[in-house]
Design a protein around this ligand. Structure first.
Ligand SMILES: Nc1ncnc2c1ncn2[C@@H]1O[C@H](COP(=O)(O)OP(=O)(O)OP(=O)(O)O)[C@@H](O)[C@H]1O
Ligand SMILES: [Mg+2]
Length: 388
């Protein structure tokens, strides 16, 4: 099978696939598959079905990777992730997975149509994507292909819109060697240095790609651009990303620095978790997004405490500085929440106005006792002087 055959791969509207879904429309063809909108023939519910492109379907390894990735995605439970209902291999269309149909527009198309987002809207999208990724990472699933095209937005841009992340792990069917020759270099702009060099990957590759996504949402361009894959690989591994302020001067220098940390070449120099990255964006977030950041910080903290041995859980839940800092394991964040999460998340219990003066009551009694003692001493002195 060839790339030309991939381009010709189509499923006409009206076709019933997998014995129960009637295809209504083609939603698009990406680097790995053809996505159609279909409706369940008896229930009438809409779904999106992704079929692996024929050139990959020919390789049993790509087919099983595709189905395995879909199975892993089905484990993620988050309102920010498009649910995966089913996966397998069909005749004659090959490997597929059935997912929730998201009635909206992906951010790549939105950028093409409307241009860059406002800073608050871009952060809102990034934080919602971080909420999805945090759940995935907790379930042991790494996305590997975070980019605007895989974030679908339902409703208008801004605090009211809901972002759904699609295509968890699906890009793994594309072997790097094949990608270098077959896929347009622009599709690789989101790859972390370790990904582009075919190194070992963990959840921190998603932190990097999420930062590239935020950069693009704000500028409609990328921190590294190149004419070829080899050129991109060289720049990502040895160059410096273009400061976002060169494309969007209104971005604060501090925010540019936050994004630069997420772009760090070494994974260990990046934020440990997507939640930590999201928390660093708090100063430029809208109030609605702050609520999401706080929820994410709380979830990550709960998870990191849950991952500790029972004996250490109390120490970890003590206020900052009360206990020793545990080393960060690969996937779970540090036992004590990172500095940034502690700064942003209002996890301390709120003090009611009626409780505000409670701590002073002890002090008032001591003062009164001292006053009385001083009066008695003064009385005794006057008495002695008068007698004397
Ligand atoms: N669950 C879904 N609901 C609605 N539309 C979807 C869904 N999944 C994908 N789409 C749309 O289908 C089209 C094709 O998606 P596809 O994932 O194949 O392309 P891509 O994201 O550009 O490439 P890739 O993910 O392979 O790198 C896109 O317009 C995307 O927005
Ligand atoms: Mg996609």
């Amino acid at each position: 099978m060839t790339a030309a055959e991939d381009r010709a791969f189509a499923i006409p509207s009206g076709t019933v696939v997998l014995d129960k879904y009637r295809v209504e429309a083609t939603l698009g063809t990406g680097s790995t598959g053809l996505v159609v909108k279909a409706v369940h023939t008896s229930l009438g519910t809409p779904v999106a079905i992704k079929f692996l492109l024929p050139s990959y379907a020919a390789s049993s390894q790509a087919g099983s990777t595709f189905v395995k990735a879909a199975k892993a995605a089905a484990k993620i439970s988050s309102e920010y992730v498009a649910k995966v209902f089913d996966s397998g291999s069909s005749h004659p269309y090959g490997p597929y997975f059935v997912m929730e149909y998201v009635d909206g527009e992906d951010l790549a198309k939105h950028l093409q149509r409307k241009g860059p987002l406002s800073i608050e809207a871009a952060i809102d999208v990034t934080v919602q994507a971080a909420l999805a990724l945090a759940e995935a990472h907790a379930a042991g699933v790494v996305h590997h292909n975070v980019k605007p095209a895989n974030l679908i937005m339902t409703g208008p841009v801004g605090g009211a819109s809901l972002i759904k992340v699609v295509d968890f792990g699906i890009s793994q069917v594309l072997e790097l060697a094949a990608m270098k020759t077959r896929v347009d270099v622009g599709a690789s702009y989101y790859m972390s240095p370790e990904q582009i060099s075919d190194g070992a990957l963990d959840h921190r590759t998603d932190v990097y790609s999420l930062a590239v996504t935020l950069y693009e949402l704000l500028t409609k361009t990328h921190p590294f651009t190149a004419d070829s894959f080899a050129d991109l690989e060289l720049k990502v591994n040895t160059g410096r990303p273009t400061d976002i302020r060169q494309h969007r001067p209104e971005v604060a220098a501090e925010m540019s620095a936050v994004i630069a940390v997420a772009f760090s070449r070494k994974p260990e120099a990046r934020y440990h978790t997507v939640g930590e990255f999201a928390a660093e964006l708090a100063p430029w977030s809208s109030p609605a997004t702050l609520v999401h950041i706080e929820a994410l910080a709380r979830r990550e903290m709960r998870r990191s405490i849950g991952a500790l041995p029972r004996s250490q859980r109390n120490i970890a839940s003590q206020p900052p500085g009360a206990g020793p800092r545990a080393p960060a394991p690969a996937l779970a964040p540090a036992a004590e929440p990172p500095e940034s999460l502690r700064r942003v998340a209002p996890i301390e219990p709120k003090i009611l106005p009626s409780e505000l003066n409670k701590g002073d009551e002890g002090g008032s009694w001591i003062l009164l006792a001292f006053g009385l003692a001083a009066l008695i001493v003064l009385g005794v002195i006057i008495y002695l002087l008068v007698l004397g």
